[in-house]
Structure formats: structure tokens, C-alpha cells
Design a protein around this ligand. Structure first.
Ligand code: DX5
Ligand code: ZN
Length: 239
């Protein structure tokens, strides 16, 4: 088991901290109200998990549902597409109000083409890596991405345990990014307890489902504040 702990390097201070509640953990029967509640409680980005039952073993929702809640908040929609193929659906998510569209490196044979297509739609382009995928796949697309999403669970479900080998990967990708303006996002099993290490490894954008939505709407602000506080203290922004 990897026990190495990561200390803050200062390299992430350029990139602002973003907390992205995953609405996969929201109450789908009252999705709009729940999205409003979680964003009013301090979420920075709405993390939208789209699953197709093919690339991942679960089905969530598509662009029409996303579009129906777009008016709820002016905050960015951070759309995580766990679908394959992905290219035929980019237009619909752009039109539905996505700000960042993230695709999986494993989801298709033409990653570079897909990223170009996203940028041509006027959206920020993201790439996500499953836990078993090496970061070398990013090497030739670093200048074509605005966000890199490191999965620290196997995608498909909320509420799974954080895979610690992701910390090493975050640190390596942080070094690869260098001075580029690329957000480094982490998704899967993120909690107030492990966020210090995640941020210290170099991540600046934190997706959290269960850790934000636990306890119901009256707890959202407290849950987000706990994550933010732990992250800010790891970044040296709090004493
Ligand atoms: C997993 C999704 C995640 C998930 C996170 O496939 O991409 O965004 O909802 O949920 P937690 O924070 O509960 O692991
Ligand atoms: Zn996600």
C-alpha cells in the first residue's frame, strides 16, 4: 500500500481552488431544487456525471436533463462524459449549456480530434483518466486541454473508496502541466479527510458527491465548508 504523504509544493497556488459537487448524489426527484441548494451552499462548479451503461456499468442522464437545470445557476457546468462513443454527443452537451466538457482518454481512438471538436464548440476541453490509465496518454495533448480529471475510483458509481495510487498520479501530472493554464481535477472518494493530501499532490479542483450531499440539504453548507477548509489549509491559505 502506498503510504507516502504529499507536502505542498506551491505549484498549485496559481490555479484557484474549485469545489464541484457531483449531482449524481442529488435527489433526482427534485433535481433542480437540490442543485440550487448545493450551489447556494457554496459549490463552485456543478459536476454533471453522464453515464451510458456501456463505457461504465451504470446509466445516469443525458443532455436534455442537464439542459433542464441549466437555468438554476450561472455557475459553470463541469460535464464529465463517461460515454463511448462521445463525438456524436458533443454538440448536444454544448448546446445544453456545458462550460467544460471532459471526455475519457479510454473512450475513443481519436482523443486529439475530440478535444479539438470541443474547443471548436467554444467550450473548455477536459480529459479524464481511469485509475488504471497511465498519465503518458496526456503527453501529446497537453496544449489542447483546459482541464485534466484524475479518477480516484473506477467510474460508474458514487460512494466508492478513494484509490490512493491516484495521489502519485496527480503529482506526476501536476509536474507535466508546469506553467500551463490547466485545471487539475480529482473525482472519486474525495472527503474532508483526504482532501489535504489531494491538494498537496497538486489538484485544485475537487469533485465530491457523497461527502457533499450526506445528511441532506441542511448539511450541504457545512459539508462544503469542511472540504474547503481542509483544502485551503493544505494550500497554505489558512492557518
Ligand atoms: C463516479 C463519478 C463521480 C462520483 C463521485 O463515476 O464520476 O463524480 O459521483 O462520487 P463520490 O464523491 O461519492 O465518490
Ligand atoms: Zn464525475
Amino acid at each position: 500500500m502506498l503510504t507516502r504523504r504529499f507536502s505542498f509544493t506551491g505549484q498549485t497556488s496559481m490555479r484557484p481552488l474549485k469545489i464541484a459537487p457531483s449531482i449524481l448524489s442529488a435527489d433526482f426527484a427534485r433535481l433542480g431544487e437540490d442543485v440550487r441548494a448545493v450551489m447556494d451552499a457554496g459549490g463552485d462548479w456543478v459536476h454533471v456525471d453522464v453515464m451510458d451503461g456501456h463505457f461504465v456499468p451504470n446509466i445516469s442522464f443525458g443532455p436534455a436533463v442537464m439542459k433542464s437545470i441549466r437555468h438554476i445557476t450561472p455557475k459553470p457546468f463541469d460535464v464529465h462524459l463517461m460515454i463511448s462513443p462521445v463525438d456524436p454527443y458533443l454538440d448536444a452537451f454544448a448546446e445544453g449549456g456545458a462550460d467544460i466538457i471532459t471526455v475519457h482518454a479510454e473512450a475513443g481512438p481519436h482523443l486529439h480530434r475530440t478535444l479539438q471538436a470541443i474547443r471548436r464548440l467554444g467550450k473548455k476541453a477536459g480529459v479524464s483518466l481511469n485509475p488504471g490509465t497511465h498519465e503518458s496518454v496526456l503527453e501529446y495533448v497537453l496544449d489542447d486541454v483546459d482541464l485534466i480529471l484524475v479518477m480516484t475510483v473506477n467510474p460508474g458509481f458514487g460512494g466508492q473508496s478513494f484509490i490512493r495510487s491516484g495521489l502519485e498520479k496527480i503529482a506526476r501530472i501536476n509536474a507535466m502541466i508546469g506553467d500551463r493554464q490547466i485545471d487539475l481535477e480529482v473525482d472519486g472518494g474525495v472527503t474532508a479527510h483526504n482532501v489535504g493530501e489531494i491538494v498537496s499532490a497538486g489538484a485544485n479542483a475537487l469533485v465530491a458527491g457523497s461527502a457533499v450531499f450526506k445528511g441532506g440539504a441542511q448539511e450541504y453548507a457545512k459539508n462544503i465548508a469542511a472540504i474547503r477548509k481542509a483544502a485551503e489549509s493544505a494550500r497554505g491559505e489558512r492557518v
